[in-house]
Design a protein around this ligand. Structure first.
Ligand code: 2AM
Ligand code: CA
Length: 277
């Protein structure tokens, strides 16, 4: 059975409570697909409502902790040694299109270190949890990253830049990376929820995941999840500044250095091809 610290217990029940609301709202979105206006406004209300439930639950149990949240920004609190980092709905585009692949993500930092994480897909009822030094679990099953060692067997997930996000150079770098990974590996997936991508690497479903320009709430819980499943998580320079830079690569110990080398060399290739400014 997984070890549930008191904080992880609070985070898990907050995620489950908010998840029940998301399930009901998701049913409504499926109905709205056929309306001319579409479900966009409804989804943004659903997103904020889920955030409110999470914040209420977390604040009730841990009133002094600051909370960094996707919609509300930073809600400050007097306890400077802790911070919750939450995403009420990761995979909004999937939710909006009636695709049942999205999650609630909640992380807890203590003294600047990630100590607890929850990623919950309410539709599949997959509850991923991690506690520093106590492992990562999917429901009651302990997680371990996959053992595949070679790039020619490595299934990766990634995120594709969208809605003009990033500069043309960022997009060029991504396309160069994509080409390098396409040439070296048997498959790449883009499922649209960074939190679930990370949880799935922890669960050994994907062998690796990389993306640029993510936000702390997309990845904080997932970083702990992967590490507690014996995986390696770094930024794309091989450093620890994932939350600051928004760039991330996760994989097992054998694949991580191979992918890092591949992606770095693709990044160099893209920047040397870019016209001087
Ligand atoms: P979000 O659903 O909470 O916004 C994947 O690329 C990550 O980028 C997701 O975790 C997603 O988080 C975020 N994202 C924001 N806008 C997106 C879009 N239009 N398409 C795909 N992902 C998007
Ligand atoms: Ca997100």
């Amino acid at each position: 059975m997984p070890y549930l610290s008191p904080a992880l217990n609070v985070m898990t029940s907050a995620a489950r409570k908010a998840g029940r609301k998301l399930i009901r709202d998701f049913g409504e979105v499926e109905n709205l697909q056929i309306s001319l206006k579409g479900p966009a406004d409804f989804v943004s209300v659903a997103d904020k409502r889920t955030e409110r439930i999470l914040i209420e639950e977390l604040q009730r149990a841990r009133p002094g902790y600051p909370i960094l949240s996707e919609e509300a920004g930073l809600l400050d609190g007097p306890d400077k040694s802790h911070r919750f980092i939450i995403d009420p709905l990761d995979g909004t585009t999937n939710f909006l299109h009636g695709i049942p692949h999205f999650a609630i993500s909640i992380a807890l930092e203590r003294e600047g270190q990630l100590v607890s994480g929850v990623i919950y897909n309410p539709i599949s009822d997959d509850l991923f949890i991690a506690e520093r030094h106590h492992g990562a679990y999917l429901n009651d099953t302990r997680l371990r990253v996959a053992a595949r060692k070679q790039l020619n067997t490595c299934l990766s997930a990634t995120g594709i830049p969208f809605l003009g996000r990033g500069t043309p150079d960022d997009q060029e770098r991504f396309l160069t990376e994509l080409r390098a990974v396409i040439e070296a590996t048997p498959g790449i997936r883009r499922f649209g929820s960074a939190a679930l991508d990370l949880a799935w690497v922890a669960a050994g479903r994907y062998d690796a995941f990389w993306e640029h320009g993510l936000k702390p709430w997309d990845i904080a819980a997932g970083i702990l999840m992967v590490r507690e499943a014996q995986g390696v998580a770094t930024d794309l320079n091989g450093g620890e500044r994932m939350l600051e830079s928004g760039d991330i690569l996760v994989a097992n110990e054998q694949l991580h250095p191979q992918l890092l080398k591949l992606l770095k060399s693709a990044g160099r290739q893209a920047s040397s091809a870019a016209p001087a400014t």
